[in-house]
Design a protein around this ligand. Structure first.
Ligand code: SF4
Length: 623
């Protein structure tokens, strides 16, 4: 018997008065055995998170939300359970790990108290016994120094450790099924690899099933046994990770794979972005919901809803052309042609060091220093992209802060186009403000929600006395693929990808020569990420600006960087042309970072690669 069997799951949310309910999840079937990992993938709005919340009874109750169909977890039907019954099931039978561990941990209680309380909520036991169980759970989550963490609060832990504490909390009552919603999206590559490896071990050690909600196909390839691809609330393809990634039969799955940057692909490869956006659940097109975006659609796709066709060995796909095997090839030839190497240095870090004081005691006296950057020498060449890669705490953000005049170096010189960034005169300050711009990770936080796009774009231009005529503003939007109609709307009216385009347009408004992209695409869906990466490459060719690209995603680096600098513990351990670093990394740390990157063919890889070049976990384990 399957540990999880979902049959014809449908979740509808009530519409406004007089409107029909909106089906957000529509007839989904899933199954999962103990010890297995099932990845549920799809863009934002595909229904994957609502599906996951249904497995935990966390969707709103009727009449706001109606759930029908069947969800059997370890033999128990959970659709229709009342809240009291759910309280028994949640934690002991099924538990969840969220993307943001801070949302799962109570900031006012110690880690030990929270985990012990979670255990005692399901099993009567002494405090001492619950405390031992808490240490066990932390050990299982591979928390270093588990016993010593019991008295700590969430804010005292790093991001990776906080996620381990949240996982320990979720598994403390030994659930049979764990749901993990983008558990590693916010973490760097090394911590991501450790956490995913640990979740996989937990499944086999505790004979538990894992449902992994993710948009990262590299993570799917590395860690999932089976995959369910969702689009517009429907299950459109499912099968083993090997068969779906190697031989995707639904054009949407193929499009997702073609849009995914590959750590083992050609350098500076143009990605195949998926045009358009997923449909609004209230306004789905008739026929196949993917039809408006499908590059191989035929006439009947707009009238006939494709049934899911069984392709054998558990692989099925919902496409009217499934027998004809339509294919959307990942691009191979269209490479961004970078500008000729001029050797003309735009920004330079010359033996730069930066440390932060550590304060302690009642009087907050300085008790020591953390050396964030140590003797770094690097340069950013005009018109080229330098990617700064490294784990959290490696010093890449501190280094960039010195270029942006948010920190002053303790030693060494940071210069931009001949200006000493730490000691600019008045005119030079204006030059730096105009010519060096930043695009941040979170487009939701970087745009003032009270300003219309027109004001967001015009604000920095007015400060620098530039022309803010309608045609100028419309031209900026055109550059980033938006039309002038967007000028009078507020940021809330746009999707995440469109907001990031607006943030880029705002950065372009001052015609910069250098743009710092601080994890600028890591919060975006793979399809939108491909659009933004292509856009950044096009703008570089058009305007010749340089990018300093800070990221932990080595596949993204592969698709954008001319040059790479790898940072560790405040130092640059390796730097050089991107191709050289990917083909022949010299430093052990660079090699280990590359080996940990999702989708990277590790030294044990063998056999033919799946369609997107993503090696699956099962391929590795059988190699
Ligand atoms: S049914 Fe038609 S529109 Fe839908 S994925 Fe297949 S070919 Fe594309």
């Amino acid at each position: 018997m399957s540990l999880l069997r979902v049959t014809d799951l449908t979740v509808s949310f009530a519409g406004r008065t007089g409107q029909d309910p909106v089906r957000v999840v529509d007839g989904v079937d899933l199954h999962l055995d103990a010890g297995e990992t099932l990845a549920v993938v799809g863009e934002s709005g595909s229904g994957k998170t609502v599906t996951a919340l249904s497995l935990l009874g966390l969707n709103p109750t009727a009449p706001t939300c109606t759930t029908t169909g069947s969800v059997l977890i370890d033999g128990t039907e959970v659709v229709g359970l009342g809240e009291r019954s759910w309280q028994r099931v949640r934690g002991s039978t099924v538990a969840m790990v969220f993307q943001d561990p801070s949302a799962a941990l109570n900031p006012l209680l110690t880690i030990g108290t929270q985990i012990a309380d979670a255990v005692r909520a399901h099993e009567p036991m002494s405090r001492e016994h619950a405390r031992r169980r808490a240490v066990e759970a932390l050990d299982l989550a591979r928390m270093p120094g588990a016993k010593g963490r019991l008295g700590q609060y969430a804010h005292e832990l790093s991001g990776g450790m906080r996620q381990r504490a949240a996982i320990a909390l979720a598994i403390a009552a030994r659930p049979r099924l764990l749901i993990a919603d983008e558990p590693t999206t916010a973490l760097d590559v090394a911590v991501q690899a450790e956490i995913m490896g640990m979740l996989g071990s937990l499944c086999s050690d505790l004979d538990m099933g894992l449902v992994l909600i993710t948009h990262d196909l590299g993570v799917v390839a590395g860690h999932a046994d089976r995959v369910a691809v969702m689009y517009a609330g429907r299950l459109v393809e499912t099968g083993t990770a090997a068969s779906v990634l190697r031989d995707p039969r639904m054009p949407y799955t193929q499009s997702l794979l073609a849009a995914t940057p590959r750590v083992d692909g050609p350098a500076r490869q143009r990605l195949t972005a998926i045009g358009g956006r997923p449909p609004n659940p209230r306004d789905r097109p008739p026929g196949c919901p993917f039809q408006p975006r499908c590059p191989v659609a035929v006439d009947r796709c707009s009238t006939t809803v494709p049934p899911r066709v069984d392709l054998g060995q558990g692989h099925s796909a919902a496409c009217l052309l499934v027998e004809q095997r339509p294919t959307i090839e990942p691009p191979t030839a269209t490479i961004h042609s970078g500008p000729a190497v001029s050797g003309d240095v735009l920004a330079r870090f010359d033996d730069v060091s930066l440390s932060y004081p550590v304060r302690g005691g009642v009087l907050r006296r300085v008790t020591g220093h953390v050396h964030a950057v140590r003797g770094v020498s690097l340069s950013v060449t005009r018109g080229r992209t330098l990617a700064l890669v490294g784990e959290s705490g490696s010093g890449k953000t501190s280094l960039t802060k010195m270029l942006l005049r948010l920190e002053k170096p303790d030693r060494g010189v940071v210069s931009y186009d001949g200006i000493d960034v730490a000691k600019p005169d008045r005119d030079q300050v204006r030059t730096l403000q105009r010519e060096v711009q930043v695009v941040f990770q979170n487009p939701y936080a970087s745009l003032d929600p009270r300003m219309r796009v027109r004001e967001l774009l015009a604000e920095p231009m007015k400060v620098h006395g530039l022309d803010t005529a309608e045609a100028e503003l419309a031209g900026l939007l055109r550059d980033v693929g938006l039309d002038a109609g967007a000028l009078d709307r507020y940021p809330a009216a746009f999707s995440g990808g469109q907001r990031q385009r607006i943030a880029i347009a705002r950065a372009l408004a001052l015609r910069p020569k250098l743009i710092v992209c601080d994890e600028a695409v890591s919060a975006l869906d793979v399809s939108v990420q491909a659009q933004v990466l292509n856009l950044l490459a096009d703008l570089q060719q058009q305007h010749g600006m340089a990018y300093l690209f800070i990221t932990h995603d080595l596949a993204v680096v592969r698709s954008v960087a001319h040059d790479i600098a790898v940072m560790r513990e405040g130092q640059v351990v390796e730097s050089g042309p991107a191709e050289q670093i990917y083909q022949d990394p010299q430093h052990d740390y660079t090699r280990s970072l590359l080996a940990m990157a999702p989708g990277h063919p590790s030294s044990t890889a063998a056999g033919p690669a799946p369609a997107a070049g993503l090696e699956t976990a099962s391929q590795r384990s059988t190699a």
